[in-house]
Design a protein around this ligand. Structure first.
Ligand code: GLV
Ligand code: MN
Ligand code: MN
Length: 431
């Protein structure tokens, strides 16, 4: 079992290792410029961007990044669910892949996902400028709808890429605004022809901001990510009796808003009972008709429940199901649930994790092993090849918020580690 991420309080001190040749370095300023350029597409107040998957805004971001891929001479493929892979065709064998996503939540920052994709381009550009020809091709991918904010599940594109969701089911998925994914892919011009599942890379490594407070709080520069906690998403629809807010006695109400609020309270109490191993979020409550003086007819609520321990996650799900049955009876409402996403905790590859750790130490950085609280495309790629991730600190642990920030120095550190890790992985022979 992987430990909850906030229990990781020990870290490794840097060791000075003798280095025979000057290390190849990335250009952090150029990477920052690309991050800022991408953030100008659909900017929002506070400095972030809003590019929900397969919207016009996402398409504009895609076009910009594909243009950069082409400038670097990469062969660009677009698959049937819109995943984009840019490959630098050097060397032999299956590519070492990096990447992430460029879709955002509605209140996205500049770094979540974007960093992993643009750092991949920076790694390739640095190798090219140093006339370094790796022994394997190097690929950079961005996967469709990692966020899951416009349609479920999250990590949608990478899940289809590894064969975890059929193309038919994926294309038939309906977005929160009622569109079909197949139609949206066509509308934005990213209904590619490359089949899914896609090729299995020789290894996958993703650079990402931590999106949490741990690295900053313990004063560590690099996270060597050991895995990703399990996640359970469901939508709960509560139907009651709509009525007049002034005339309906409290004892006669069948109020979906009250049940929605009770569910949020139950989830908070459940996470407290599970003594800090559990995170639960009610991120969305829609009331119908949503008027001040009307007891609502209906509430639609989303539940996001995560744990690093699969058994505890299953127990949380079962307690939530029992509570739903109980409150349905006591409040005289009708409740239906719809599963949206369910992924077990994932453990990354020990060799790739220790590669990240040793490179970070070689660069003189403090490094700590830690699991990820957020979902990532690397957890899907881990199904088909040795995979791991590199985390860099998030200022105040803030993410999914336009205030999301990571310093240029931390971004440069993380990208240099990505570069060295990919150089090393590209020299690995097939087993
Ligand atoms: C993806 O950003 C997630 O919700 O973990
Ligand atoms: Mn992300
Ligand atoms: Mn995200």
């Amino acid at each position: 079992m992987i430990q909850p991420f906030w229990l990781y309080i020990s870290y490794t001190f840097p060791m000075a290792l003798a280095s025979p040749a000057p290390l190849m370095r990335v250009n952090g300023e150029r990477l920052m410029q690309r991050l800022m350029d991408l953030a100008t597409i659909s900017p929002i107040p506070g400095g972030g961007s809003s590019r929900l998957a397969l919207t016009d805004e996402d398409a504009a971001g895609r076009d910009l990044v594909v243009g950069w891929m082409k400038e670097l001479g990469l062969e660009v493929t677009i698959d049937v669910v819109g995943n984009v892979v840019g490959t630098w065709n050097v060397g032999h064998g299956s590519p070492v892949m990096t990447g992430s996503h460029i879709d955002t939540v509605r209140t996205g920052g500049k770094y979540d996902g974007n960093l992993g994709v643009l750092a991949g381009l920076e790694v390739i550009q640095s190798m090219q400028e140093n006339n370094h020809q790796p022994s394997r091709p190097i690929a950079v991918a961005f996967f469709t709808n990692e966020e899951g904010a416009r349609f479920a599940p999250d990590m949608f594109g990478s899940l289809v890429y590894v064969g975890g969701l059929s193309v038919e089911e994926a294309l038939d998925t309906v977005t929160i605004d009622g569109a079909r994914v197949a139609d949206e892919l066509e509308r934005v011009g990213y209904n590619g022809s490359t089949p899914c599942p896609g090729f299995a890379p020789s290894s996958f490594i993703e650079l990402h901001i931590e999106q949490g407070p741990v690295l900053e709080q313990v004063g560590v520069q690099i996270g060597a990510v050991t895995g990703v906690q399990g996640i359970s998403w469901q939508e709960v629809t509560i139907e009651g009796q709509s009525n007049h807010a002034g005339t309906t006695p409290m004892s006669m109400r069948h109020d979906p808003a009250f049940v929605a609020a009770s569910l949020a309270v139950f989830l908070r109490q459940l996470s407290q009972r599970f003594s800090g191993h559990q995170v639960c979020t009610v991120g969305k409550i829609d009331l119908f008709p949503n008027l001040i003086n009307v007891v609502p007819a209906k509430a639609v609520v989303t539940l996001d429940v995560r744990n690093t321990d699969e058994q505890l996650l299953a127990q949380a799900e079962s307690e939530i199901a029992d509570y739903i049955k109980k409150i349905e009876l006591s409040e005289g409402v009708t409740i239906t649930t719809r599963p949206l996403a369910r992924f077990e905790p994932v453990e990354f590859d020990e060799d790739v994790i220790s590669l990240v750790e040793s490179i970070a130490m070689e660069h003189g950085h403090t490094v700590q092993r830690m699991p990820s609280g957020a979902g990532h495309d690397a957890q899907m790629l881990a199904r088909v090849c040795p995979s791991a991730m590199i985390f860099v600190p998030s200022v105040l642990g803030i993410s999914h918020n336009p205030a999301e920030h990571t310093s240029t120095q931390d971004i440069t550190n993380g990208t240099n580690i990505l570069l060295q890790a990919m150089l090393s992985l590209a020299e690995k022979k097939d087993n």
